[in-house]
Design a protein around this ligand. Structure first.
Ligand code: PFF
Length: 534
């Protein structure tokens, strides 16, 4: 149906593509979002819906995305609008592709900011600034009589750093350091993306992933050998593990636990975001997708359950004990609020603090790169733009969005809105569409054949049946659950809070812009004979 006008880009090696996909998956979601979610939603009981979601949704959808991506790539497309149309030659298909562009783009707008927090914290640890609490208190101008508690000092530092006290704080004199960090993260992302799939993303992930494992293992060993603080013998690491992992079975009856678990699986595996489809489109016809998909997902689970699950909460428990409950509620903040207290107490805390935040930064950057690539690919193939032109356009759009999130930093409100609408709601819509596309349009028979082309393992047939019948229903039920449970609260906020309203409007504008772009690109592909509708 299309003449293969491929971008010509390919991954250089099999290990490289696995590390790139794993790099996209392993991110702040593994180390910050997962522990917070698990601790908040029943500890060990969270793991049951978590693993069920992994088996029913995560891994099967991941295979479907790898399969459809490679298929679309062979037909000359790297972006979701093109790939969706190659699979479903219908006028409507490409517009769903706009959702697959909007999600990573919107997530990037806030994710890069948290990436910058990590970079800033790593820098402060390296300079020894974060472990000297007395000096930090003085630097912040806090009265030692009033602010006795170290935790309060770190809280204050965090809220000033990210500007959560009031909107515009990070643009005001004295609060601008974060802006520099965001700029560094931004430039690094764009330099790597500009270098291309194999020279930029793949080469970077090949270095960053092993480095992350080394940093994380150093911190893990240190955390697992922490002693309880003086006078609090009950606050052991073991008790911390119990706090996180002991099941609270009553939580299984709460639909919120199921929603959180499946949302976590999507976010963490980068499934349902239009990322894997794009990455897989750079594969060659006979490159394996079955084992590679499974390996990348398993790597993500190792990072999430074995490293993320064993570091953040146990370490914070040793310090806070049961009071940690007050911290477990915040999604991304836990690592920034709780762990500095732990590092301040341990010998060579500056080093472990640096390793931890530097590791988080690496994890974040390998993920944020994957958010930019689908849009770059679309601009290139949709408009025939050169890399510098597409990178410039993308740079301008993301800078605008990032500026918005940075400016409306009071209570991290804009960030939370972007996270909820793009990272929670939209991913379900796209995932539902993808299961429909794979199960009902592409067809599970063709899917199974395509998946096994060049495969190094055989995937049981039940996975195909699951993708056609079970996964879409499971997704729909969970999506309706979210709408029912959280919808009214968010809808009310939209009308009552101008910043929330503005955030939603901003996201909508980005989405409409992408729809228009997709429409124009579609016309161009039609004229070129690259797509023909049936
Ligand atoms: N999977 C990443 C994480 O766990 O932090 C998050 C992510 C990556 C979200 C890529 C969205 C995305 F497009």
């Amino acid at each position: 149906m299309a003449n293969a006008q491929h971008s010509g880009e390919h991954w250089a090696s099999r290990l490289g593509v696995i590390l790139a996909v794993a790099g996209s998956a392993v991110g702040l979601g593994n180390f910050l979002r997962f522990p917070g979610n698990a601790a908040q939603n029943g500890g060990g009981a969270f793991m049951l819906p978590y693993f069920i979601s992994l088996l029913i949704l995560g891994i099967p959808l991941c295979w479907a995305e790898w399969t459809m991506g490679r298929y679309g790539g062979r037909r000359g497309f790297n972006s979701s609008p093109g790939i969706f149309t190659a699979i479903w030659p219908h006028r409507a298909a490409k517009y769903f592709g706009a959702v697959a562009l909007a999600i990573p783009l919107l997530i990037y707008m806030y994710y890069v900011q948290i990436e910058a927090w990590c970079l800033g914290y790593a820098w402060h640890y390296l300079s020894g600034y974060m472990t000297d609490v007395a000096a930090l208190r003085e630097q912040l101008g806090l009265d030692p009589q009033q602010v006795k508690d170290d935790a309060q000092v770190f809280r204050e530092f965090f809220s000033r750093y990210v500007g959560s006290k009031e909107h515009g704080a990070v643009f005001a004199a004295g609060g601008r350091e974060l802006l520099w960090m965001v700029m560094v993260a931004f430039v690094l992302n764009f330099v790597l993306i500009y270098r291309g799939v194999s020279k930029g993303i793949e080469s970077f992930c090949k270095v960053a992933m092993p480095l992350m494992v080394v940093c994380a293992l150093c911190v893990l060993v240190r955390v697992l050998t922490l002693d309880p603080p003086p006078g609090k013998p009950e606050q052991t690491v073991l008790a911390g593990l119990g706090f996180m992992w002991n099941p609270q079975p009553e939580k299984l009856l709460d639909p919120g636990t199921w929603l959180a678990a499946s949302g976590q699986i999507f976010f963490s595996l980068s499934v349902g975001f239009g990322i894997i489809i794009n990455y897989a489109s750079y594969l060659r016809r006979d490159d394996d997708v079955a084992l590679s998909g499974l390996t990348a997902s398993s790597m993500n689970e190792f990072f999430e359950v074995c490293l993320g699950g064993l570091i953040t909460i146990p370490a914070a428990f040793v310090f806070f004990g049961m009071a940690l409950k007050d911290y477990a509620g915040s999604t991304f903040n836990l690592g920034f609020l709780a762990l500095p207290n732990v590092f301040a107490q341990m010998p060579a805390g500056w080093l472990f603090g640096f390793l931890w935040f530097f590791m988080l930064f690496l994890a974040a950057i390998t993920s944020s790169l994957s958010m930019l690539q689908p849009v770059i690919a679309f601009l290139e193939e949709g408009f025939g733009l050169r890399r510098h032109a597409s990178a410039t356009i993308l740079g301008l759009i993301t800078a605008l969005g990032c500026g918005y999130v940075l400016y409306f930093s009071g209570g991290t409100k804009a960030l939370d809105q972007f996270d909820f609408w793009s990272g929670t709601m939209l991913i379900f819509i796209l995932a539902m569409f993808q299961t429909f596309l794979y199960g009902w349009i592409f067809g599970i028979q063709r899917g199974e054949q395509e998946l096994h082309q060049g495969a190094h393992i055989r995937v049981p047939r039940i996975v195909q049946w699951n993708l056609k019948y079970i996964a879409p229903v499971y997704l729909l039920v969970i999506f309706l659950g979210i709408v029912w449970q959280q919808g009214p609260q968010y809808a009310k906020q939209i009308w009552n809070d101008p910043v929330v309203f503005g955030s939603v409007l901003f996201m909508l504008a980005v989405f409409v812009f992408l729809l228009v772009m997709v429409h124009i690109a579609g016309r161009r592909w039609e004229r070129q004979g690259r797509i023909q509708y049936q």
